[in-house]
Ligand binder design. Sequence first.
Ligand SMILES: Nc1ncnc2c1ncn2[C@@H]1O[C@H](COP(=O)(O)OP(=O)(O)OP(=O)(O)O)[C@@H](O)[C@H]1O
Ligand SMILES: [Mg+2]
Length: 360
Amino acid sequence: MSQLSEVIILDSLKQIIDPDLRKDIVTLGFVRDVVINDGDVSFRIVLTTPACPVKDQMQEQAQQIVSGLEGVSSVNVTMDSEVPQGRGIANNVAIPGVKNIIAVSSGKGGVGKSTVAVNLAVALAQDGAKVGIMDADVYGPNIPLMLGTGYDQPEIENGQLKPIEAYGVKMISMAVLVPPDKPMILRGPMLHGVIRQFLTDVNWGELDYLIVDMPPGTGDVQLSLAQLVPVQGAVLVTTPQEVSLADVRRAVKMFETVNVPVLGVVENMSYFIAPDTGTRYEIFGKGGGEKLAAEYGLNMLGQIPLGLEVREGGDQGKPVVVSAPDSPQTQALKKAAEEVARQVSIEAMKPELVILTRAK
Ligand SMILES: Nc1ncnc2c1ncn2[C@@H]1O[C@H](COP(=O)(O)OP(=O)(O)OP(=O)(O)O)[C@@H](O)[C@H]1O
Ligand SMILES: [Mg+2]
């Protein structure tokens, strides 16, 4: 009988390298709860994104490696995920349960920020993450419409607002605090106050990701958010058009100034496939997002085609990832969500910044 031990098992698993973090899964602290019962071995592998594309491959690899060790008769590998905390979040007293704050922004209006924000949020929740969405477009809030929540005021719980929930996503918006027919007149400092309240006076609970839908442009709200809380990263939405791209450039500069890393670019309304003929039309031009990404060394997080289902989903309060799960738009949005999660985890796991809870 060989002396099978946790050390031998862990040592063998060091062959498995996380492709994004470029370290082995043992060093990264991903292997947990190793139990050896005679020849029966079980352990968990805890990854950092809810829908990791290499999950199955890694499970199989771990299974094979440990099965090959002397003295092992059976192996049970459970795959799990735990989203790491963003940098600076440990000192974030404002919203202690929120691990990562992600701003969805653009230079120009109407490019699909809110649509992308809502669908990213729902897609991440579908993947098993705990997700919230904060509608920071205080003058033109439309997340409640897109999530179909209606405009009922949120309940108050222990002196905090209870977020409204839809499709597994917690939401707060100006639209549920002020009746929709009332015009909103807020000056700079009041705006700052509203953003602060959305962060601190709302009981967000435990969240892996808080997605913030930004108003268009590079104004006060963007600055307030960056001043109030550590924003893990910004997702920039653009259309392939040159005008839109010029505005994104401004947004890139603005986030640089306030020290918020740009996680990447989502190119929306990238192309249209005619449902009757299948012909692909590049309505807003081609390759603009890619050009921008290359110019600034940014990641291309996804290209979302135009589609009637997207607009209808938004108008009917049923995001396209729910209403048309098999559509090319949904596939693109789900891929973008995976990519966002991946970039967040890469940012958070940068060697000097690891704040991952290790195995007990
Ligand atoms: N890929 C798409 N296909 C079809 N329609 C889309 C797509 N993306 C967004 N839309 C539609 O375009 C309109 C504008 O989108 P949205 O409100 O998300 O943009 P926005 O950038 O948040 O706008 P604002 O700057 O006003 O906040 C909406 O009617 C939405 O349904
Ligand atoms: Mg919007």
